[in-house]
Design a protein around this ligand. Structure first.
Ligand SMILES: C[S@@+](CC[C@H](N)C(=O)[O-])C[C@H]1O[C@@H](n2cnc3c(N)ncnc32)[C@H](O)[C@@H]1O
Length: 248
């Protein structure tokens, strides 16, 4: 099983290795996230049309809905992983029974805020034969963000923490540590003390619809909230990431 990073928004953000293996695999398994993320599915299909064999088999699995609500977050996520694992195990048991290779396409890079590798670990224990898993890296949204703003990720000698919108308030940036935030649907940056903070924000990175805003947080936060809200309403979904940099 090849876990292939396909980039986080553009058709050209997969590696030459990813393009080659997509041209070699027998089957690709896709998780369907519903109409809301139809744009993302369309990109996957364009990538396959460009690189895969004409006789490639594709299997689309319905992605179980994530019901994170107000309950226990870790339990909700792990219940969701179990459902994904069961669906994937059925598909792989079928596809790999006679040997061959199957690829899972992963948004961005498989190592960054993605559960595919964890889910596959579980799936492997259920399959009746040993399965080799290989990861092919892809360009992540983190690197699309720094490239789009033309900046280095880290300040000289300083650390960078990767976190989620949910955790930002408990782990804010400081003089020794900048922060990159993923999965923030609630404008967590707008609740921080903006003093000494600079923000580099990007949405739909790598795609023709890419949006960028950068500057002192105190000056930019209202604009980002407005741009983000309008874009989300217009497209029906939003993927954004930002770096909060401490100004010394
Ligand atoms: C489940 S994570 C997947 C990250 C992915 N594996 C990667 O390497 O970028 C989804 C989050 O990544 C960020 N993200 C993914 N694609 C993005 C894009 N094109 N533009 C901005 N942020 C993106 C957003 O924070 C989004 O909520």
């Amino acid at each position: 099983v090849l876990v292939v990073g396909i980039g986080a928004g553009g058709e050209e953000h997969l590696t030459l290795e990813a393009a080659r293996v997509l041209g070699e695999v027998d089957c690709v398994v896709l998780l369907d996230k519903g109409d809301e993320l139809a744009d993302l599915a369309a990109l996957r299909h364009r990538i396959l049309a460009r690189h895969a064999r004409p006789d490639l088999r594709t299997r689309t699995l319905p992605d179980p809905p994530r019901r994170l609500g107000s309950g226990d977050y870790s339990r909700a996520v792990s219940g969701w992983h179990d459902q994904r694992a069961a669906l994937l195990a059925d598909a792989l048991a079928d596809e790999l029974a006679g040997g061959g290779t199957t690829a899972l396409l992963v948004w961005g890079d498989p190592s960054l805020y993605d559960s595919s590798l964890r889910v596959l670990e579980q799936v492997r224990t259920w399959l009746p034969w040993p399965v080799e898993v290989r990861v092919v890296p892809g360009v992540s949204s983190l690197h699309l963000l720094t490239a789009a703003h033309g900046i280095a990720l880290n300040r000289v000698g300083a650390s960078v923490r990767l976190t989620t919108g949910r955790r930002l308030r408990d782990e804010p940036p400081g003089p020794d540590c900048d922060v990159v935030v993923f999965l923030d649907s609630r404008h967590a940056f707008a609740k921080l003390d903006p003093e000494q903070l600079h923000i580099y924000w990007g949405a739909y990175l790598g795609s023709p619809e890419q949006l960028l805003v950068a500057g002192p947080l105190a000056e930019c936060r209202d604009e980002i909230v407005r741009v983000r809200t309008e874009a989300r309403q217009a497209r029906g979904w939003m993927f954004d990431t930002y770096l909060l940099r401490w100004q010394t």
